[in-house]
Design a protein around this ligand. Sequence first.
Ligand code: UDP
Length: 237
Amino acid sequence: MYNAKYKRVMLKLSGEALAGEKGYGIDFDVTKKIAEEIKSLVDMGVEVGAVVGGGNIWRGRSGEGMDRTTADYMGMLATCINGLALQDSLENIGVNTRVQTAIEMKEVAEPFIRRRAMRHLEKNRVVIFSAGTGNPYFSTDTTAALRAAEIEADVILLAKKVDGVYDKDPHKYDDAKKFDKLNYIEVLEKGLQVMDSTATSLCMDNSIPILVFGLDNPENIRKAVMGEKIGTLVSKE
Ligand code: UDP
């Protein structure tokens, strides 16, 4: 049965999403739940690319006093650890998965080769893009935007700790208002916390819609793909 709204998706998970309540490291009960939701997409015939952040282990900006480039490479390596963890959880439940890295480490995972990634997706393998863009001074949000453009994904599913985009921090302000939809310019002008501006601009230039939703309930991944009204949609309109 195939009734999903999108045929090919790019799922962006922050590193924190893998840490669960602990807030640090990897919680394998959480990765298992996420893997099960991804499996349900694959079972529907949806092609899934994924980018996982690294913030649960290391972020470039954690390296105060460090050389920025070195700190960023540490962050990129952190995304590889997370990518392998998610691959393991997916393969444990029978989902064929490939990790492709932007920095070559071929004993560990395949290097990123776009045509190969496309072929994996066509064969219903989940492809996890790790090591970010391979460049310092970028983020994994930008990686998700770049890889989404490269693999011609229909949408970026941006799973966050909050359930959409608000005009101010909903954890701090009771009267924070959630947006149902926004356009890219509004996000950039209002400085809203969706993706960083490099990533948002890349999505705008390539007309890639971004659906922001909460990962508090991993079932939201499936709801998002089924076109159920959740979160905030950022697009041209
Ligand atoms: N990073 C980088 N280049 C990239 C992607 C990531 O240098 O193309 C580094 C950067 O230091 C970043 C870290 O990897 O802080 C982890 O990624 P990110 O902060 O985006 O993870 P998230 O916040 O999504 O967990």
